[in-house]
Structures are given as structure tokens and as C-alpha cells.
Design a protein around this ligand. Structure first.
Ligand code: 3UK
Length: 521
């Protein structure tokens, strides 16, 4: 379905300019002085200069891997397109990563070049001193808003080049992107994606489920280093000629303020963030039904509890769009739009993808029964280190590691990560179901549930709870919450152990790290 030669940066950026969108706004960002906006033509000019610096001054040849280090900002987007136009492989990394973690990634991915936001240079200098970063010989730093004045300045080099560059004529199945998994289980794995994969995700979920328009203004929290963010915050808005707001700081208070300031219409963030933002979103009347701008709200990264969906709907009048995606499959493959959303279900397989629920032997399980989620589509898992490839891909199906139930209408209901099914005295208990029950109690701000070893029952359910302000973490509260769960779901699912924390361990993509809760136990 795609031509043999394809460069996704040409498709998404150059063609937009050719087709007359050059003057349209593409990227907005807050600056200390006000707002910066780049048109499609301006983003293209920056990307073209960066591509020439990479090729002519940094010796990049097609296939070289380029480490990108920056919070979400316009220059990071320009670097991404510059690398891809030059035929390089963009390797986005979470801004908060430390030298030790980066060294492992550089070694594993044999990274040769780096483009680094000046704000992250201190940690980067530690990386360069490490033995495992020996392959990385060429780097430049930039100021996120393109102002220049940093060591080994990318901008100074860019100034010597024109705003024109003809993209390298890559093959549709050349790699353009290496994405590292979130590390919910500890060790990040690198996944490879081709130019055609990028075009495939732009052709599946956005037109069929999201249905955004050129007039939309996208905003959200996921980093561009996370494929949820790369799609939602950059590729998808560009694929429809819309604009996007890139925020270096997108924790709930900043995000709320920015939605109002930029009159954002399409929001991408994680379930926990929706939960935290709901009261202020209501007070600020941010949504279109309340006279504000916001009209579409996308949740991914973790299961969306029915209670959070209801909370957000009460606060804003907006029915959320849930979607499950993975780094391995690049983006969302099961989802439902506003009109067909069902509380408690993620949705159906989106056009282009097939999904089913299977047992140990890859046989479909009957409707209504729990099994492993298996997915097939135009994108799929290619680990850089193929040892683990066979765990994720079996008989052509991607096994995401999630336990799901499919109902008679083809809606998929999330249960747990396959490893997070708790077996207690012979009962199968899905940790997220207990979490959802706890979260319905007004004293609970956040919680995480795991199974811990128990002599008598094999495992018991243990809950970690963060209380809302004004509630005391005492024995009486433990019993109150235990009784509450017993009254909300089948009593055998109640947490026999319950511990209070002041915050939960999360990855930078907002996912609960259950393995770290196990360490606390
Ligand atoms: C979990 C969900 C229930 C699920 C991602 C959208 O999260 C993304 O990628 P990761 O590689 O993690 C994948 C795993 O996260 N998950 C994600 N979304 C949902 N569980 N409901 C959801 N809506 O365990 C999955 O296997 O970090 C999400 C787009 C791109 C992505 N990379």
C-alpha cells in the first residue's frame, strides 16, 4: 500500500508545505516573553538546516542513529524531522534519564550522534565520559526555542546553511525511529520502526477514531520520546494540517493553564492526569460544552477506570477517547470514539488492525473469558535485540502482555498486565479492578495493588494508598477502605494488607511501577 521509496518526513512536512500549508501554524510553545509559533514552512526551514549540519558537518550517513535529548519543544521537533530527512534514525529519550541509563541505551543502539537541549547538557557531559558511550562521537547542543548561544552550538552551524534540503530517498522499510519501552518491568528494550510504520499509524487511528481537523490545536503531556506523545503531539496534528502546543512542563497545573491560554481543542494525557485535573477543568470551564475550547480528550498509557471517565465527563461534559497502544506496535490499536465509547472497555480493534484474546496455545478463548491480548496490523514489534522478539511475536501475532476479555460486540475489556493477575486461595484477581474499587472512595487520591506471597493463600492482595489531604492514615482508615472494597466488588478481592504512601512510584510516562511496590513490600 506504500511506494517502495518513502521518507515520512517528506510526507508529513515537505508535502504539507508543497500543498499550500506553508504559512499555517504548526508548532506553538510558551516562552518567558509570550508565545512562539512556527509555521509549517518555518519548521521545514529549521529541519532542513539541521539535516545539512548532520550530513555536512557531523558526517551523518543514512542509517546512523541520533540521540535526541530535550523536553517537548519546537527545536526537538525540528531535530526529529532533520534527522529523518537526512536518512538517520531518531532515538528519542525521556528528558529525566540519567547518564547511567543513557549509556546503556547508547551502547545497545550503537548511537553515533546526539542533539541535546542545553538544559540537559550537565547530565550529558557525564554520559560522554562513560566507557559505554564510545560510539557517540558527534554532538551539538541547542536552545529549545532556537535562540542559540550554547556550547557546540547547533544554531551557529545551522546559520551557515540554507533553508533548502532534499530529503534522502529512503526505502519505505528503512528504520527511521528507535523507541525504547517505558521500563514498567525495569529494563528498557529498543524497538525499530520504519518510515512506512509512521505513515501507517497516521492513516489508521487519527482519521477513523480521533477525526481531528486542520483548525484543531493539539496539546498534552506525553514526551515526544514516548511514541504516544510522538504521534499525539507531533505526527497526528501534522497529518491533518493542524497545530500543536509543545510544553516543556506539562504537569496538571501547567497543562490546565496552557489549555486555556492556547485555546487547545484536542488533549492527550494519562488517566491519572485527568483525575487530578477534573476539579479545576470544571472550575475553569475549559471544554467546548462549557464555552471553552477543548473538544476531544484522549487517554492512553494505562487502563482508564470507568470512574475517571465519569469524573471527567461530569467535570467537562466530554466523553473521553480511550486507546491502548504500545511502543512495540508504535501507537494505538484498540480504541473507541466519543460516540461508541463504553465505560469499562478500551474499545474495538481499530480499522487496519485485528485483535483477539488467546490462551497459552494461541487458541482464541470464548467470548467473556480472560486471556492474552493478541494483535496484528500494519505495524508490529521488532526488537533490536531479538532474544525477546519471540516472547512478543508468536505466529504473526503481537502479544502485548495484557490480560483482556472480549465481549459479544467485539469490545475489549482490560483486566491487568498478564503478570499482574493475582492468584489468591484459588481466585483470579485483577489488580486494576481492586484499584478501581478503592479509587471510588472519596479519601483515596491514588492507589496501586499487587499480590504478595502468603503461606496460606499463595498470594494475598496488598494495596498501597495515597490519601487525599485531610484524611489520616490510621488503622481506622485501613478498615474503612477494606470494608469499602468488600462492599464494592466481590469480598474475596479486598486488600488483606494495606499500606499508606505519600506518592506512588511511576515511570516518566505516568505508569504505575508495580515491581517497585513489590520491592517496598
Ligand atoms: C498499557 C494500556 C489499558 C498496556 C502507548 C498509546 O502505553 C503505551 O506504550 P508502552 O510501551 O506500554 C504499553 C502497555 O501499556 N496500556 C497502554 N494504554 C492502555 N492499558 N488501557 C489503555 N488505554 O499494558 C500496554 O501493553 O509504554 C500507548 C500509544 C502509544 C504507546 N506507546
Amino acid at each position: 500500500q506504500f511506494p517502495q521509496q518513502l521518507n515520512c518526513a517528506v510526507e508529513l512536512l515537505d508535502k504539507a508545505v508543497e500543498q499550500g500549508r506553508g504559512a499555517a501554524p504548526c508548532i506553538h510553545a510558551p516562552t518567558p516573553e509570550g508565545t512562539l509559533t512556527w509555521s509549517y514552512a518555518e519548521l521545514q526551514a529549521q529541519a532542513n538546516r539541521i539535516a545539512q549540519v548532520l550530513v555536512h558537518e557531523m558526517g551523518l550517513v543514512p542509517g546512523n542513529r541520533v540521540l535526541l535529548r530535550a523536553p517537548n519543544n519546537p527545536m526537538l521537533a525540528a531535530c526529529w524531522f532533520g534527522v529523518v530527512k537526512a536518512g538517520g534514525v531518531a532515538v528519542g529519550t525521556m528528558p529525566l534519564l540519567r547518564a547511567k541509563e543513557l549509556g546503556v541505551m547508547i551502547e545497545r543502539a550503537q548511537i553515533s550522534h546526539a542533539l541535546v537541549d542545553a538544559a540537559l547538557l550537565e547530565e550529558f557531559s557525564l554520559v560522554l565520559a562513560q566507557d559505554n558511550a564510545r560510539t557517540l562521537t558527534q554532538w551539538r547542543s541547542f536552545e529549545g526555542r532556537g535562540l542559540g548561544g550554547t556550547p557546540q552550538s547547533l544554531e551557529a552551524d545551522m546559520a551557515r546553511h540554507s533553508d533548502r534540503f532534499t530529503a534522502v530517498n529512503t526505502a519505505a522499510d528503512d528504520t527511521c525511529l528507535l523507541a525504547f519501552t517505558s521500563g514498567t518491568t525495569g529494563v528498557p528494550k529498543a524497538t525499530m520502526h520504519f518510515h512506512r510504520d509512521v505513515m501507517a499509524i497516521c492513516a489508521c487511528w487519527p482519521p477513523h477514531v480521533l477525526r481531528a481537523e486542520a483548525s484543531d490545536v493539539f496539546i498534552g503531556s506525553p514526551p515526544l520520546a514516548f511514541t504516544f506523545g510522538l504521534g499525539g503531539m507531533l505526527l497526528f496534528p501534522m497529518s491533518v494540517g493542524a497545530s500543536t502546543v509543545l510544553l516543556e512542563k506539562a504537569a496538571p497545573p501547567n497543562l490546565l493553564e496552557a489549555i486555556a491560554r492556547f485555546k487547545a481543542t484536542v488533549l492527550f494525557t494519562a488517566p491519572t492526569s485527568y483525575r487530578v485535573m477534573a476539579p479545576q477543568a470544571a472550575a475553569l470551564k475549559l471544554s467546548a460544552p462549557q464555552g471553552g475550547s477543548l473538544r476531544k480528550c484522549v487517554s492512553a498509557g494505562e487502563a482508564l477506570p470507568a470512574s475517571t471517565r465519569a469524573l471527567w465527563k461530569d467535570a467537562t461534559g466530554i466523553e473521553m477517547i480511550d486507546g491502548i497502544g504500545s511502543t512495540e506496535l508504535l501507537h494505538i490499536f484498540i480504541s473507541a470514539d466519543e460516540a461508541s465509547a463504553r465505560p469499562g472497555a478500551t474499545g474495538k480493534a481499530i480499522p487496519g488492525y485485528q485483535a483477539c484474546v488467546v490462551d497459552e496455545h494461541m487458541q482464541p478463548v470464548p467470548v467473556g473469558q480472560v486471556g492474552k491480548l493478541a494483535v496484528k496490523g500494519p505495524t508490529g514489534c521488532r526488537y533490536l535485540d531479538d532474544e525477546r522478539q519471540a516472547n512478543y511475536v508468536r505466529e504473526g501475532w503481537n502479544l502485548t502482555g495484557d490480560a483482556y476479555v472480549m465481549d459479544a460486540d467485539g469490545y475489549f475489556h482490560y483486566q491487568a498486565r498478564t503478570d499482574d493477575m493475582i492468584i489468591s486461595a484459588g481466585y483470579n484477581i485483577a489488580a486494576p479492578e481492586v484499584e478501581e474499587a478503592l479509587m471510588q472512595h472519596p479519601a483515596v487520591a491514588e492507589c496501586g495493588v499487587i499480590g504478595v506471597a502468603d503461606e496460606e493463600r499463595g498470594q494475598i492482595v496488598k494495596a498501597f494508598v495515597v490519601l487525599r489531604a485531610g484524611h489520616a492514615p490510621d488503622e481506622a482508615m485501613v478498615r474503612t477502605l477494606q470494608d469499602f472494597v468488600k462492599a464494592t466488588v466481590a469480598p474475596y478481592k479486598y486488600p488483606r494488607a494495606l499500606q499508606f504512601l505519600t506518592e506512588l512510584p511511576r515511570t516518566q510516562t505516568g505508569k504505575l511501577q508495580r515491581f517497585r511496590l513489590k520491592d517496598i513490600s
